[in-house]
Design a protein around this ligand. Structure first.
Ligand code: SF4
Length: 551
């Protein structure tokens, strides 16, 4: 019998159950690569490219680089080709990414836990000055990113980084990326526990291990021990968050599967209590599940959040305990959320040892080698050897005696590192954008800096901590989906009917107690030129119409 909905004139066929296509999960027997990325990874481990960079490519130059290394394995050591200068945004749609290649690289330095000594910061700064045309960005994953790097200089850069205990290993690629950690670890007043030892252990035991160098895609980790949640556990692939269990013991709650970009998802609690001495093996268990069961057929579905969506947190926990750990983890409490606390650590605040930390805001994370050198000097002149990067493109100097606070504040502000910035300087972030990123459609850092300047002039008394995040393409490197005002770069029509740079608007995103993905308002777009007018209108309307207590 044909189904009653069969269309007239079409041959009716019996509906066959459709066989589900496999997702390329290794643990289900799919060992043959299902796409080019998987093939490249199978052909050679990304970690092996280091020797070729040192011994071949840096000596023979850019043209000697094997394309599979250039556009694939280089990322395993933090290297991406940067966008060729002068490429017009309007042409992007018709060019393949490889046609946009420049002969220079972006290079990302991983700063696990965001922790730097003055000597480390000085080395990072000198590399920017000597090899990166004095450019550097503090990223929203606590890394430093350089531009204009030549392959000939990479071995010398690595030597310098390694001499101070830093590296670019697995800073990008289908690997366990930098481990985020609270910049105030060990000094925060309300800290449950300091995760530094656990971050170091995971780094030492697992980063650079061939066991985890072929994951389905990137794997982002965070560890934090206080109630401010400044490393955004909600949007990491795996996150350990400090809690006290019923017995008063300090350990971690475990979250898995957070991520933004396409199909954004907040991480799910597994409901377990993880003791500090178990963190490394639990991290390895979660990462191994991702390696073995993560989807590898389509890059767009290859993050751990898709597996969590299919399995649910209960099954994930069961597989973790039974198959990977070999023991059950006890149930544990959820972390507390501190309402109304800003996560960026900007300003002057007391540490629990009575000293002070000073957080400050470079504009949208853009710094230079010269200015980073000055920050190292200022820290040392004021008796500090501890500088921290934050997950909000900011910096913090720890351990300042109370009587030195006015002096360090003045020194930083004289370099335009504002300790008491406007809400706009403080709360605006921007990704790399078309200046250097080959995936970008529009410019971001410059536009965001102009937006900050304009809003500071137009709304000098505005104090509500509104977050404005600017992305250069549909990816979410600057977390547009969790901003109050998220701006997704795309080409839009101006009033004259011309295609120009602009942004799709997302409104009302947030984390913590206001956790939500911003709403994409259909058809609500602005040209880049009109951006300050648009944001000003939204903020004025909000001020006029807000209800009591509404953020
Ligand atoms: Fe590049 Fe897009 Fe990420 Fe911005 S959001 S850095 S444009 S990939």
């Amino acid at each position: 019998m044909p189904p009653s909905s069969a269309q007239p004139g079409k041959a009716a066929t019996a509906a066959k159950p459709r066989r589900r296509r496999g997702e390329g999960q290794w643990a289900l027997g799919y060992r043959e690569p299902l796409n080019k990325n998987e093939e490249n990874k199978k052909n050679d481990d990304g970690l092996n490219v280091r020797d070729r960079i040192v011994n071949v490519y840096s000596k023979a130059g850019f043209d000697s680089i094997d394309p599979a290394d250039l556009r694939g394995r280089f990322r395993w050591f933090g290297l991406y080709t940067q966008r060729a200068p002068g490429i017009d945004g309007g042409k992007t749609a018709v060019l393949e990414p490889e046609e946009l290649d420049d002969r220079y690289f972006m290079l990302r330095v991983r700063i696990d836990g965001g922790q730097l000594s003055a000597a480390q910061l000085r080395a990072v700064a000198e590399i920017s000055r000597d090899y990166g045309r004095d450019t550097a960005d503090i990223t929203d994953r606590q890394n430093v990113q350089y531009h204009w790097i030549r392959v000939e200089d990479v071995p010398a850069i690595w030597d310098k980084l390694e001499s101070v205990g830093l590296s670019t290993m697995e800073a990008c690629g289908d690997t366990p990326r930098v481990i985020l950690g609270c910049p105030l670890a060990g000094v925060a007043e309300q800290e449950v526990l300091d995760p530094t030892a656990q971050i170091e252990q995971v780094y030492e035991e697992h980063i650079g291990s061939p066991l985890y160098s072929n994951l389905p895609r990137k794997f982002k980790s965070s560890m934090s021990g206080c109630s401010v949640h400044c490393v955004n556990h909600e949007i990491n692939d795996v996150a350990f968050v400090g809690v006290h269990n019923e017995a008063g013991e300090a350990g971690y709650d475990l979250f898995v599967g957070g991520g933004l970009s396409t199909n954004p998802m907040f991480a799910k609690r597994l409901g377990t209590f993880v003791r500090p001495d178990q963190v490394s093996e639990v991290w390895a268990g979660v990462c191994s599940i991702f390696r073995d069961y993560g989807f590898r057929r389509l890059r767009t579905r290859a993050r751990i959040k898709f597996l969590i969506k299919e399995w649910g947190p209960e099954k994930f926990r069961e597989v973790l305990e039974e198959k990977y750990l070999g023991y059950a983890l006890p149930d544990g409490p959820a972390p507390e959320l501190d309402p109304g606390v800003r996560r960026d650590h900007v300003g002057v605040h007391r540490q629990r040892d009575g000293k002070f930390y000073v957080g400050f805001a470079p504009k949208v994370g853009r710094v230079s080698g010269t200015s980073l050198l000055r920050i190292a000097e200022i820290a040392e002149e004021h008796g500090s050897d501890r500088i921290r990067t934050t997950a909000d493109q900011k910096l913090v100097i720890l351990d300042i005696e109370e009587d030195r606070v006015p002096s360090i504040t003045a020194a930083l502000e004289s370099e335009d590192f504002q300790v008491n910035p406007s809400v706009f300087r403080r709360q605006t972030m921007a990704c790399t954008g078309i200046e250097f990123c080959k995936l970008a459609i529009v410019e971001t850092k410059g536009r965001a800096a102009t937006l900050i300047d304009e809003l500071e002039k137009r709304l000098p008394d505005f104090e509500e901590p509104v977050t404005i995040n600017v992305n250069g393409c549909p990816n979410s490197c600057a977390r547009i989906q969790v901003a109050d005002i998220g701006l997704k770069g795309q080409l839009v029509m101006n009033e004259q009917g011309e295609q120009v740079e602009g942004y799709q608007i997302h409104l009302g995103g947030g984390m913590g107690l206001t956790q939500a993905f911003g709403k994409k308002i259909r058809g609500l777009k602005t040209t880049a030129d009109d951006l300050p007018d648009y944001v000003e209108r939204v903020l004025l309307r909000f001020q006029e119409q807000r209800e009591e207590g509404e953020n």
